[in-house]
Design a protein around this ligand. Structure first.
Ligand SMILES: [Zn+2]
Ligand SMILES: [Zn+2]
Length: 331
């Protein structure tokens, strides 16, 4: 089968590789759409922490597909598959914190991803979507689950004022999903003016290019650099909560004013990955038609054009909005 393979850092190519077989307890799935994100660039470049990757690697961790029956024919509606594969028996798994499983194993990182004609996955990690859910909406389950988990963890009170820092897909999904928490107002602080329209469509009340002097009850940091974190720290209202979702380069430091945090009763936390519950929650939102995030897909490519997709991801066109870059497979 054909697959987009990173043989070693810096070497990515479309290759012919043996097709997977479904082992006992696994399902064979035909990927239909697969989003690409900044993490894929880190996997290609080799800038990711070596503990989180195993080369050679088939890319693809934000995807949707169809289950194949015994004759190899696609059946049923879209399926989304949890990427983090927990061991099920370590201390973290036993308390339900499968995102922190002591044995890190993830589709598209330490085992083959979905930028391929076929993939086999553990049956217990498959989520079934209704046939009424579009493939492009369903392809966003993975990043939505990451964001949803962070928002639930943030314990957002109704009528909160919210700030999302960043203007990439994760930030857009944060704005979109914050709408489920009955906020008074959602502001987005970005850097690319061309993202304004997407931000407003996602549900932002305003799109800022400079930090304002407003204070916010809830701040989601999804830009992933030191300045963004500093802005979050200085923009939080008394009693507010900051959740960090962005990943600045490893070792980045920012300074804080601890007494302000105590006096103002501030909560500051990070959120890593997801457990099964946010996947179920997000799939339910999609099945109920409560969210339709595919408006965020601004660029689509076939597998033969994977290099163009990578280039679009690496260098956003300055004049036009760039949301999710999506690969369409088996179409
Ligand atoms: Zn991703
Ligand atoms: Zn575990």
């Amino acid at each position: 089968m054909r697959a987009v393979v990173v043989a070693s850092p810096g070497h990515v190519a479309l290759q012919d590789i043996p097709a997977p077989l479904a082992a006992p307890g696994e399902l064979l799935i035909q990927p239909v759409a697969c989003g690409m994100c900044g993490t894929d660039l880190e996997l290609i470049d080799g800038s990711i922490d070596p503990a989180y990757v195993r080369y050679p690697l088939v890319l693809g961790h934000e995807w949707v597909g169809r289950v194949l029956d015994g004759d190899g024919e696609p059946t049923g509606g879209p399926v989304a598959v949890e990427g983090i594969i927990p061991c099920g028996h370590c201390v973290e798994c036993l308390i339900g914190a499968t995102n922190r499983c002591e044995t890190y194993d993830e589709i598209g990182f330490t085992r083959p991803g979905a930028l391929a004609e076929l993939i086999s996955v553990p049956e217990g990690l498959v989520h079934y979507l209704l046939p009424s859910v579009s493939m492009l909406d369903a392809a966003l389950v993975e990043p939505m689950a990451v964001v949803w988990r962070a928002l639930v963890r943030t314990a957002i009170r109704p009528r909160s004022t919210c700030l999302v820092i960043g203007d990439g897909t994760v930030a857009m999904l944060a704005v979109h999903l914050l709408g489920r928490f009955d906020p008074t107002r959602i502001s987005m602080l970005g850097v690319r003016p061309a993202q304004r329209e997407l931000a407003l469509r996602a549900g932002a009340n305003e799109f800022l290019l400079e930090p304002s002097d407003q204070r916010f009850d809830v701040i989601i940091e999804a830009a992933g650099h030191a300045e963004a974190v500093t802005t979050a720290l200085s923009s939080i209202a008394r009693g507010g909560s900051i959740t960090l979702l962005g990943l600045p380069p490893h070792g980045t430091q920012v300074s804080i004013v601890p007494d302000d945090f105590v006096n103002n009763d501030i909560t500051l936390q990070g959120s890593f990955g997801y457990t099964r519950q946010p996947w179920s929650d997000v799939v339910a939102l999609l099945n109920d038609g409560e969210v339709t995030p595919s408006f965020l897909v601004t660029h689509t490519f076939g597998i033969d054009d994977f290099n163009l997709a990578i280039e679009t991801l690496r260098t956003p066109p300055p004049e036009a909005a760039r949301g999710k870059v999506m690969m369409l497979l088996n179409t």
